[in-house]
Ligand binder design. Structure first.
Ligand SMILES: O=C(O)c1ccc[n+]([C@@H]2O[C@H](COP(=O)([O-])O)[C@@H](O)[C@H]2O)c1
Ligand SMILES: Cc1cc2nc[nH]c2cc1C
Length: 342
């Protein structure tokens, strides 16, 4: 069990919130958000979230050859290059909000060596297995991926981070993510599969079949989180699980993104109970699996704008809201200090 954030700091934050120059509860869920940051930092009022870092984990998926996405597999490598060059949606928002951002090629089906050594320094393999017909990974590859995720989180924390953001990039990745959510919470493919990049009705039905086939193929092995990642996950998803576990162990809070980060958290919480307390939900994605995981894990997202881009863009969009919550708790006057009569 991972040690929880400070209950005493959360209590102090609630008391301070109640004492601010406003009607009781008038800042709504911003009060919850500020209390979460205070609890994670173990201090009230919490420090401003100045040093924020985003890691985008990129990988390809065997199922992207199986008609489950609206876009071809080649987009993954092209988007990693765009991101390394600063042109993705996530780059725009990271620049706007002063977030240090990196993209890592974990298992892209392309040679991205031309982007320089940093992008590929945690590369594990070329694509992951097609989960409807074979395991995504061997169990030893899952363990290597979990260790890589922990090493990436450690690098980010060593660079100085008040808050970590986790993003994803990979054509087809909503299929293994949905399968992991279904297996974790014991629901069927129908309850988790969504349109991802925008598949039509026929492809949605096919994608549901692919997830159902994968779940049937994996069988009872999915009760074990490592076997679940091996059977239904991918290298990049397993790295994300290791990243979340390590951040929580180190007591560094994480702002989550869409379906992939929620699937990663669902498995992480099984692997090391207590991770979820160190995570906040950035946004509500359009994917049913993300909404199901949010509900099951007891998380309420900060924003709900119909985003379905991935890359960490939902977390980046929510970041100013979280920052506002912290500043309000730090800087507002107290009701008791107001001059009588104004
Ligand atoms: O974050 C989300 O909830 C989300 C929802 C739909 C699509 N995506 C992004 O789109 C890609 C996966 O979609 P798909 O249809 O190829 O499985 C991948 O690069 C994700 O980052 C992301
Ligand atoms: C262009 C494009 C950009 C993306 N960014 C994350 N997923 C993506 C999927 C596509 C297709």
């Amino acid at each position: 069990m991972i040690a929880p954030p400070s209950a005493a700091a959360a209590r102090a934050a609630r008391e301070r919130s109640d004492a601010l120059a406003k009607p009781l509860g008038a800042l709504g869920r911003l009060e919850d958000a500020a209390a979460w940051v205070a609890a994670c930092q173990g201090t009230c009022p919490p420090r401003p979230l100045e040093r924020v870092r985003l890691t985008v984990l990129a990988g390809d998926h065997g199922v992207s050859h199986a008609g489950v996405s609206a876009y071809p597999r080649e987009v993954t490598g092209a988007m990693v290059a765009a991101m390394a060059g600063g042109g993705s949606g996530a780059n725009v928002l990271a620049r706007q909000h002063g977030v240090a951002m990196q993209v890592l090629d974990i298992a892209v089906d392309a040679d991205l060596g031309g982007l320089g050594p940093a992008v590929g320094r945690h590369r594990l393999r070329r694509s992951s297995g097609s989960i409807d017909t074979e395991d995504a990974l061997r169990a030893d590859e899952v363990r290597t991926a979990l260790d890589a995720g922990a090493a990436i989180a450690a690098e980010e924390i060593a660079a100085g981070a008040d808050l970590l953001l986790l993003g994803d990039l990979g054509i087809g990745n909503t299929t293994p993510a949905a399968a992991l959510v279904a297996a974790t919470f014991g629901v069927g493919a129908d309850a988790v599969v969504g349109r991802g990049t925008g598949v039509d009705d026929a492809a949605l039905a096919h994608k549901t079949e692919v997830v159902a086939t994968a779940l049937a193929r994996a069988g009872a092995r999915v009760d074990d989180p490592v076997q679940r990642l091996a059977a239904l996950g991918s290298a990049d998803l397993a790295v994300g699980v290791g990243f979340l576990c390590a951040a929580a162990r180190a007591g560094v809070p994480v702002l989550l993104d869409g379906i992939v980060s929620l699937a990663e958290l669902a498995v992480a919480e099984d692997l090391e109970p207590g991770v979820v307390a160190w995570c906040a939900a950035g946004h509500r994605s359009t994917e049913p699996a993300q909404q199901l995981a949010l509900d099951k894990l007891g998380l309420e997202p900060l924003v709900d704008l119909g985003l379905r881009l991935g890359e960490g863009t939902g977390a980046l969009t929510a970041l100013p809201v979280l920052r506002s919550a912290v500043l309000l708790l730090r800087e507002m006057a107290l009701l008791a200090d107001l001059a009588p009569g104004g």
